[in-house]
Design a protein around this ligand. Structure first.
Ligand SMILES: *Cc1c(COP(=O)(O)O)cnc(C)c1O
Length: 391
């Protein structure tokens, strides 16, 4: 049957791409070695420094976020190096598997997938590492499988308090431009991000922000690298160019996305995401369903993962909502498969889109026979009504 109206893509990435970014991407392809290209290159490279809140270089790869995960590890580390990783959820666990394939030795801090990374447990692990053999601490900023955000400033403090030289690597693939992230202030050494979440672009670009300490480590690290090598990239980037063909048309979109974020104001972007997350939790609490994240200090502004009651199927609920209301919600990944559905409230999003999203879920809960209290969408509307934006 023909679907009428717009599809609601409420998964936590890829997020919906606004029309002016789509039009920017639809520009003619240009010569990436031509005389004018460096201007676009400089514009996006500098613009991304603002988004990461850093004065240090940002590298842009034509790849999905996974590529930038690999880039962070292969540039800074050598085979057999120990890395401390916190398994906050599915994405942290994928990063750990990648590290293992690269012949690194992950030391894993496990969680119940319902909280962010514990600075205390990181501190314990670093204090126990008396010969300082841990080379990097790897944390996911916004764990997209659980809706928990780790407190990166507190992780930094834990590393400093242990007086440990390990690099701090942070995956902010779904956090950047949605949840506050401060590369320089938080003393992050490598930040990893991607284009298709808070940045409102299609998938296809990834990022590494790199500290001077990380660049110094890359000079002696010996894992094999070629495509991901920061050295040639940084050299070409000095004039706004790239060592191989960049994703030229996605860079047009990126320039547009940076302008849009700056026009709204980066801090306003964060406030908007927080507000929609709070409204969403008001709905979930009214429905009487459990939020996957149990630590209030770590609720994600990007997405909310919701648990369905025992013996009910989150996947069935999602498929009922897709077929009746033309809306896609995120599925439960790995350990929480079929137990959790995820509501993305990130990117180019507003109050009416959230009202419609939550209405669709509430109608879906009814049709799928998932026990709940009605009035969740109304509770979110009431919260949004009571907190109008400053015009
Ligand atoms: C989306 C995501 C990834 C994976 O990125 P890809 O672009 O799919 O390779 C990794 N980590 C987090 C936290 C994510 O949200």
């Amino acid at each position: 049957m023909r679907e009428t109206g717009r599809h609601f893509l409420q998964i936590p990435g890829p997020s919906a791409v606004p029309d002016n970014i789509l039009s920017a991407i639809a520009s003619p392809v240009v010569d990436h070695r031509g005389p004018g290209f460096g201007e676009l290159g400089n514009r996006v490279l500098t613009g991304m420094q603002g988004i990461f809140k850093t004065q240090q270089p940002v590298i842009i790869y034509p790849s999905s976020g996974t590529g930038a995960w690999e880039a962070a590890l292969v540039n800074c580390l050598s085979a057999g190096d120990k890395v401390l990783m916190v398994e906050t959820g599915h994405f942290a666990s994928l990063w750990q598997k990648l590290a293992t394939k690269l012949q690194l030795q992950p030391q894993l801090i496990e969680t119940d997938w319902r909280t962010g990374a514990s600075p205390e447990l990181i501190s314990d692990a670093l204090n126990a590492d008396t010969d300082k053999s841990i080379r990097a601490v790897c944390v996911v900023h916004n764990e997209t499988s659980t809706g928990c955000t780790s407190r990166i400033a507190a992780v930094r403090e834990a590393i400093d308090a242990s007086n440990h030289p390990a690099l701090l690597m942070v995956d902010t693939i779904s956090g950047l431009a949605a949840a506050d992230f401060r590369f320089d202030e938080w003393g992050v050494d490598v930040a990893i991000s991607g284009s298709q979440k808070g940045l409102m672009l299609p998938p296809g670009l990834s990022f590494n922000a790199v500290s001077a300490k990380a660049i110094a480590a890359s000079k002696t690290a010996t894992l094999s690298r070629s495509y991901w090598d920061w050295g040639e990239m940084l050299q070409a980037n000095e004039r706004g160019y790239f060592p191989y063909t960049p994703a030229t048309n996605l860079l047009y979109g990126l320039a547009e996305a940076i302008d849009m974020i700056n026009a709204e104001g980066l801090e306003n972007v964060f406030i908007r995401h927080q507000r929609h997350a709070t409204a969403t939790r008001a709905a979930v609490q009214t429905w009487g369903l459990d939020i996957q994240c149990t630590n209030e200090d770590e609720f994600s502004p990007v997405l909310t993962a919701v648990r369905v009651p025992e013996r009910h199927s989150a996947d069935n609920l999602r498929s009922v909502i897709l077929s009746h209301y033309n809306m896609s919600l995120g599925n439960g990944l790995a350990k929480v498969n079929d137990k959790v559905f995820r509501i993305g409230h990130l990117g180019d999003f507003n109050d009416l889109m959230l009202s419609a999203t939550l209405s669709g879920i509430e109608m879906g809960l009814h049709l799928a026979g998932v026990p709940h209290q009605t009035g969740g969408a109304q509770a979110a509307i009431d919260y949004m009504k009571s907190t109008p934006k400053n015009l």
